[in-house]
Write a protein that binds this ligand. Sequence first.
Ligand code: AMP
Length: 270
Amino acid sequence: MKILKNVTELKKALEKKRSLGFVPTMGSIHEGHKYLISKSLKECREVIVSIFINPTQFNNRNDLKRYPKNIKKDLNVIKKFKVNFVFIPKIRDIYNFKRKEKISINKKDLILCAKHRKGHFEGVLDVMDRLTNIVNPSKIYMGEKDFQQYFLVKKFLEKRYPTKVIKCKTVRDQNNIAFSSRNLLLGEDSLNKASNIVSDIKIIKKKLLNKSNINSFLKTQSQKLTKKYKIKIEYLELRNLINLSKTNNLKNSRIFFAYYLDGIRLIDNL
Ligand code: AMP
C-alpha cells in the first residue's frame, strides 16, 4: 500500500493506470467505508482510497472543527485490505486553482440536505470534481446512506468524466444505526436513541401502506418523534429514488430523514 501525500506523488504513481477504483472518504474509517473498499477491490484491478476532510462542504465551522480525525488508525485499518494507494492531500493540493465558473445546484435539487445545508453540495461537487480530475478513476464508490450526495455527484461527474459512480448499500451496526464518522461524537444514551429512532421510522414506513395522504401523516409523525426523543428534525419525507421528488407511492421510494441529536446532525434513509 503506497501512501501518496500530494498531487505530484499521485500523478507519478497513477500514470497509465486503468481499471482504477476510487473510494473518497473524510476518514475515521468505519464498516461503511470498509464495504465500499471491498466492493471496489472486487470490481477493479487497483484501488485508491482518499482521506480528505473537505472544508468547503461544511456550512458550520464548529462541525468542521469537531469532525473526528484518526489518520494513523485509519491507515492501520486500510492496510488490512489489498488497497494499492491511499491519497492524503493537503488543502493546498486540492484547492490550487480558482474555478472560473461557480458550481451551483439546480433549483429543483434544492431539497433535503441541499435546502438545509446552504453551500454544502456546492462544496461536495467542487471537491469531487477536483479529486476526479486528479485521480482519473474508472469507477467511484459512494454510499447510499448519503443518497442525495450520490445522486448529485453521479449526475455531475458522469457528464464530465469517463467514470461511473457506483452506489453501495448502507452498512448498519447491530442496533441498526447506519455507521457514520459522526457517531463517534455520540454518547451511549444518544446512540440508544438513534437506534430507537430507526426502529420507529421502520414502523412508520409500514404504516404508510394504508395512508392516502402520506405527506401530512409524515408531518404528524415528525412532530411525535420530536417530542418523544427531544430531537430537532430537519426533514422526514418520502421521496422516489429516480429523481428524489416527493411521492405518495411506496414503490421505489424511501423515507429520507435528517435530525440533530445532542447537537450532532445525523442523516439516513429507509
Ligand atoms: P464520509 O467519510 O462520511 O465522507 O463517507 C465516505 C463515503 O462512505 C461516502 O460515499 C458515504 O456515503 C459512504 N458511507 C458513509 N457511511 C456509510 C455507511 N454506513 N454504509 C455505507 N457507506 C457509507
